[in-house]
Structures are given as structure tokens and as C-alpha cells.
Design a protein around this ligand. Structure first.
Ligand code: LFR
Length: 493
């Protein structure tokens, strides 16, 4: 068996990459062939994605991949909830919005007047994030773009459509929209009806592992692919793909998928739709093979990334990622405790209102010492992330009736040794860090199975990840009193 050579497109909100994965018995490796920065663009006062630019980057990556040898399949995953609208000619209407745009401020409260929170949770099982697709559509009611829309495509499905012509909504990403009924696995059409939203724009749901179709002939020619290369629907939600590649060995493990966002939780067999889960605002997203991602969004390394951007713009000397992480080790633990999930940290920093100032404002409001230097700000963010992971994992364990004995950290944040140490310490459990490119690996694994590799289930996929990737272990060290720190959080535990 020669194995498979598969292209994984993994779109992150701050960077995208195109990787070539090789899968054969006992083999799973990735080579990055193209990486590009990504970020929302302020356009006419709103935050948008340059989706045509993203498509061009995908083509560049495909060309690189095709140049290196025959390609057996292509899969696309990316961040959730954001989408494009197509009109009846199949043309994009409007410019897709970023979920960090402020137009959904206050929308959830208006929706809850029509659909009470307990009812909404019973149907969708999702945490109330202002940017859920549901709230984005409610904010778009009455706009010309929504009026002209015939089809809504989540971004990975939109790019897949441009590559193949196929139209559909891959299930794992559909489950993040809050337009999806987690009980039936169908679109929640009566919910849309009640809110005056056009349910007819939601395309048929397709399964991760199904084939969209071959790359269009003109596109294949343009990038140098052979005919009939299949585009496979993977877990197109990046978090779904990342969780596929969490090298866990069974229950008793939790994960932190650590990228721009940190997604903190458990993999379960069935959603937890209890009143306690709703009150804790936990989400039940659908995973590959019918699993449930029972988790909470934590603001993640976005906050540090925005600080670094602000320091670079201000010409702050030596405030690189490497330097601030080294310096942060020497800042006393829990010097400043802030709630990193505070909504003020969601929008991109601006010249007038840079991210470090927002952290200082939160500290002031909570009566905490203000973090002044980049090292202090960095430590404040990392301590805050570790504290959030601790809180949410305890809550997840309680709500799901599970023990958490180890915490897997995957994604870019698994390279952040200080954050991994703090996470182990805060959670009181060993952290197993890696793989870094979990989403791309999960993408490749689901493609491989769809194209005939002997990877019957998630356990087999994870076994292959364990056998082929180095995992770094961090033990709790007694760095700080995290329990006491919880009492310093404005919202408590
Ligand atoms: C992570 C992620 C999260 C989702 C957020 C917004 O990249 O997909 O799972 O909540 O981005 O789409």
C-alpha cells in the first residue's frame, strides 16, 4: 500500500495553512506547503472577511501541493459560525462578516424575548455567544443581502463550493450555528420561522467523511491537479477536526483546543441539556462520528496576540512573543487576576483602545494591581487563561458526571510551555501537550478513512496520532493557589 497523499486546508482566524498529509499503516505526517496571515478587515465601519483572498490562498496552497506529487484528496476546515450568502445566480451577496463585528451586540436579549432561553437551549444545546449564526442572521433581518440570499454557506463549505460546485452544510460546523436541532440532527426550521428568518436558505446537511465531488476541471487545470481529485467533507469545524486528533486513550480526559480561541471541555456520547448545563452556558456541538463536544469558549491566545500587535504598533522594544513569554516566567503568579472571558476583550484592539489598556481597565475595575510591563500583561493573560480552564473543566466534569484525570492541550497553544505549566497547575492534573497541528491532522484522518484507509473509528485515528507524534507532559508544580484566585474573579466560579 503506497498510502494516501492528502491536502488539508486549515483556516484559522489569525492564520491559515495548507498542509500535505501522508497516511499509511503506521504513518501519519504533515508537511506545511503554504501559510498565510488572516484577519478581519474593517470595511465601512464593520468587520469582514476577505473570502476571495482566502480562496486565492487555498489555490496557492493547492498549486504547491500538486507540484510535490499526486494528490488523493482535499479537505477544508476552519473557524465556525461565519458564512457567506449566495443569490439565485450563485453569486456571493454582500461581504461575509467576522463574528467579532459588533452588530450582534444586544441581539441575544432580543431573541430571548421571542424564544425563551430554556427553550432555545433545549433545541440547540448551545452557549449564548453574541456571534452565533442565529444572532448574525437576526442582525441581518431586513437587509438587502439577506433578502437576496438563496443559500447560506458556512465558510469552509463556501470554499468547498467554489472548488467543486457542490452545495451543502457539513454537520459539525452546522451544529455551531444555533440554527441546528441537536436532538434531531436537522435544521431547527421552526425556530427560524418564529424569528422571521428564511429557513429555505439552509442547504442540505452532509456528513463529515462524505465526498462533495471532484475539484472542478477548470480549477484543477489552474492549480495543476489531475482530474477527479475528490474534495472530502471533513469535520469542517476546525475544533471538530482538532478533537479528532486529541490523542486521548478514553474517558477521564479533557481537552483544550488552543488557538485563537481556547475550546475547553469533554467529548461525550450524548448532549447534556440539563438546566444546570444551560445555567453554566455550556455548549453541545456535534463532533465527528456522532460525538458531542461539550465545551466552553475561552477568549484564548487572541488576547495575547492582540497585545503583541499593540506593542509592535507602539514600537515597544523587544516585545516579541518569545521575549514576553520568557519574561512572564519571572512575574509573580496571579499578580493580577482578571476574567479573560470579559466581552470587552472580543473585538480587535484599536489605536485608541489597545488590548493592554483593556486588561488594565479590567484590573482597575476589579481592584487588582494593574499590569504595566509587557511581561506583567502577558502573565496576567496566561494566568487568566489557566484559571478559566480550571473553572470550566471542573464545571464540565460536574455537569457531565465525569472525572478529569488528564488534560490534553492541542493546537498552537500546546507550544506555549508556560501556559501548559500553568494549566497543569491550575487544573491539578497532568497536561499532555500536542499535537500542534491537531486540526490539520484530524482533517487528514477523516479524509483518509473516507478514501479507504483502515481507520475504523476515532480510537484507531487517535492511536495513529499517539504512535506518530511527540506529546509533552507537564505535571502540577504547586505554583499558585488557584482556588483562592477564583475568589478574586468578578463573576466567581
Ligand atoms: C475556533 C472556533 C471556535 C468557534 C470560534 C468562532 O477556531 O471555530 O470553535 O467558537 O472559532 O467561529
Amino acid at each position: 500500500t503506497g498510502g494516501l497523499r492528502l491536502v488539508a486546508v486549515d483556516l484559522g482566524a489569525t492564520s491559515g495553512r495548507v498542509m500535505v498529509g501522508r497516511v499509511a499503516p503506521g504513518v501519519l505526517d504533515l508537511e506545511e506547503v503554504h501559510r498565510f496571515p488572516n484577519g478581519a478587515v474593517r470595511l465601512g465601519g464593520s468587520l469582514h472577511w476577505d473570502v476571495v483572498g482566502l480562496y486565492r490562498e487555498v489555490l496557492t496552497g493547492l498549486r504547491e501541493a500538486a507540484g510535490g506529487g499526486p494528490v488523493d484528496g482535499v479537505g477544508i476546515d476552519g473557524w465556525a459560525v461565519d458564512h457567506g450568502l449566495l443569490d439565485r445566480d450563485g453569486a456571493l451577496v454582500g461581504t461575509p462578516f467576522s463574528h467579532r463585528d459588533r452588530r450582534t451586540d444586544g441581539v441575544p436579549a432580543r431573541v430571548l424575548e421571542v424564544v425563551p432561553a430554556d427553550e432555545l437551549y433545549a433545541v440547540t444545546g448551545l452557549q449564548l455567544l453574541d456571534f452565533n449564526t442565529l444572532f448574525q442572521l437576526v442582525a441581518a433581518r431586513g437587509t438587502a443581502a439577506l433578502g437576496a440570499a438563496e443559500t447560506l454557506l458556512l465558510l469552509p463549505d463556501l470554499l468547498g463550493h467554489w472548488l467543486t460546485g457542490a452545495v451543502g452544510a457539513e454537520r459539525t460546523n452546522a451544529s455551531t450555528t444555533q440554527l441546528y436541532d441537536v436532538r434531531t440532527g436537522r435544521w431547527a426550521t421552526s425556530l427560524l420561522d418564529r424569528l422571521g428568518l428564511p429557513a429555505g436558505i439552509l442547504p442540505p446537511i452532509r456528513e463529515p467523511g462524505s465526498v462533495l465531488g471532484p475539484v472542478r476541471a477548470d480549477v484543477a487545470r489552474e492549480v495543476g491537479l489531475t482530474d477527479d481529485v475528490p474534495v472530502v467533507a471533513v469535520g469542517s469545524h476546525d475544533t471538530a477536526s482538532a478533537v479528532v486528533a486529541v490523542p486521548s486513550e478514553g474517558p477521564g480526559t479533557a481537552y483544550v483546543s488552543s488557538g485563537t480561541w481556547s475550546l475547553v471541555g469533554l467529548e461525550l456520547d450524548a448532549p447534556v441539556l440539563t438546566e444546570d448545563a444551560r445555567a453554566a452556558d455550556f455548549t453541545n456541538e456535534t463532533g465527528v462520528d456522532g460525538t458531542v463536544r461539550f465545551l466552553k469558549n475561552v477568549m484564548g491566545l487572541w488576547v495575547l496576540g492582540e497585545c503583541l500587535r499593540a506593542w509592535a504598533d507602539a514600537g515597544e522594544p523587544g516585545a516579541t512573543l518569545e521575549a514576553v513569554l520568557v519574561a512572564a516566567v519571572d512575574v509573580p503568579a496571579l499578580r493580577t487576576v482578571v476574567d479573560v472571558d470579559d466581552p470587552s476583550l472580543l473585538p480587535p484592539g484599536t489605536a485608541d483602545d489597545p488590548m493592554p489598556d483593556r486588561l488594565r481597565a479590567l484590573a482597575r475595575a476589579a481592584g487588582e494591581p494593574e499590569p504595566v510591563t509587557p511581561a506583567e500583561v502577558t502573565r496576567c493573560v496566561l494566568d487568566g487563561l489557566a484559571l478559566a480552564y480550571r473553572r470550566h473543566l471542573r464545571t464540565a466534569a460536574r455537569l457531565a458526571g465525569r472525572d478529569v484525570r488528564t488534560v490534553h492541550v492541542v493546537g498552537g497553544g500546546s507550544l506555549n510551555a508556560l501556559l501548559c505549566r500553568l494549566t497543569a497547575d491550575a487544573c491539578g492534573a497532568p497536561v499532555l501537550a500536542g499535537p500542534v497541528e491537531a486540526a490539520a491532522l484530524g482533517n487528514v484522518l477523516v479524509q483518509a478513512r473516507a478514501l479507504g484507509a483502515d481507520l475504523p473509528d476515532l480510537a484507531a485515528m487517535r492511536g495513529l496520532v499517539r504512535a506518530t507524534h511527540r506529546i509533552t507532559r507537564y505535571e502540577p508544580e504547586g505554583i499558585a493557589d488557584w482556588e483562592a484566585a477564583e475568589g478574586r474573579l468578578p463573576r466567581g466560579g
